[in-house]
Design a binder for this molecule. Sequence first.
Ligand code: CP
Length: 305
Amino acid sequence: MNRNLIEPQDLTLEELEDIFNLTNQIIDNPKDYADLCKGKILGTLFYEPSTRTRLSFEAAMLRLGGQVIGFSEPGASSVSKGESLRDTIQTVNCYADIIAMRHPLEGAAKLASIYSEIPIINAGDGGHQHPTQTLTDLVTIRKYKGTLSGNTIALCGDLKYGRTVHSLIKALSRYENNKFILISPEELKLPSYIKTEVLDKNNIEYKEITSLEDGIKEANILYMTRIQRERFEDLNTYERLKGIYILDEEKMKLADENLIVMHPLPRVNEISYEVDEDSRAKYFKQAKFGMYVRMALIAKMLEVI
Ligand code: CP
């Protein structure tokens, strides 16, 4: 395998298949993998808040029999004293076997990989990429749709800063006959470089619209995202846009009975709690798959299987 995972393309399609197969085996027989990483240590370096990614990485390593060290905010480390990313990475190299790292700056994981002798996993870098969320999303789509090809995926919300959206589009563009419906306000449209370098380059069909009601009728996968307060320089713009898309029971009535609703989470108000009761809502299943696929990823990257 590629030594680091910085963006989805760092894994070949064959490596992805291996990870998906191992994920399914772990789900079916978790006890068989309980000692796989005995004696190995995962470093979780989180310079930005997280619930799912950090805790699922940590749970993944613990369930593989390994151990975890790290910090959940930079204020709890010597970063608060001015230590550079380079020095932090070189130090953690002395203690851990693999690092999962989240950082608010785009490109930080790539930079860390230059100074690291041990594998670096990008657990989210600013508004850029989030490849392990994408693994989670692909496992969820395979589970409920049976295939990563031929789907019509509506992505709704913050497509500009949404790193999960960027990584998922990149990943799904490698499979055949997928179509994208990009639902966002003008201010939060998908960055042009992804349209030209990923969608246009691969002749992928897509359209940009502003109406969730229109998009939900056509899709077989709806991927909701949060309008991310922390990415806005101008909070007035955030206040104007924050409630623009709210998926509720009424809108779910417009959708196909085979639609699945996904969300990387956390949500704020973009999916009403009433939708949680709808059997098409899969976002908490998705969060659980995140732990299993990270178990498979860690095992593969440490070459213990
Ligand atoms: N999906 C995701 O990245 O969630 P967290 O920010 O809670 O890790």
